[in-house]
Design a protein around this ligand. Sequence first.
Ligand SMILES: N[C@@H](CCC(=O)N[C@@H](CS)C(=O)NCC(=O)O)C(=O)O
Length: 228
Amino acid sequence: MHLNQDQRAHTSLLYNLSYTMAPYTITYFAIKGRCGALKILLADQSQTLKEKLVTFDEWAKGDLKSSCVFGQLPKFEDGDLVLFQSTAMMRHLGRKHGAYGKNDSEAAHIDMMYDGVEDLRTKYIKLIYQEYETGKEAFIKDLPNHLSKFEAFMAKNKSGFLVGDKVSFADYNLFDLLLNLKVLCSTCLDTFPTLKKFVDTMSARPKIKALLESEDFKKLPINGNGKQ
Ligand SMILES: N[C@@H](CCC(=O)N[C@@H](CS)C(=O)NCC(=O)O)C(=O)O
């Protein structure tokens, strides 16, 4: 997706948040966007993150864009390892931090649910960037058809997570998307008790709670065009 003029206003700041001993670096615009789930995962796993926030003006110069494998951000660095594609970053961190299931079957189901979340995220992003004025009502009306699938899958598992008895990178991704969907439609989880409890439980995990309440995280708009 390309940033339009509206989006410039929301990416007009350049700042660099550095923490000591951060093993990971993320380069991205000043939005939650594709990095919300990643930040939640890292916080919950007690990992620090160095953030390089990019302004649209800096991006428009083109040097950074042309250095990115797919011409897009986020860019993620773990030492010498440089990654593009937020999904690859989440899988990498899931593998590294024990959030990818305890065997191959769990890992396969985690992949399946993660990809299911991404399908819904893609629809959400299309709504936000292309159809907000014309498609919001229909999107909200159709939302239960998508949320019911996650509700049913998670309810069967009984642990409060999507797969197995431990949090996975798919849970962080689902949690991040549900937070965004609740902003779009505050009542969207009212008929989904398992998902509602999941959001409450994840929000109460101490390190996630601290992140969600931190000014650095709160001040970032969800999306680059200011729509939510
Ligand atoms: N599939 C990619 C999508 C990345 C993407 O859409 N990046 C947008 C910002 S969220 C971007 O770099 N836009 C600027 C451009 O395309 O020039 C991912 O998940 O990382």
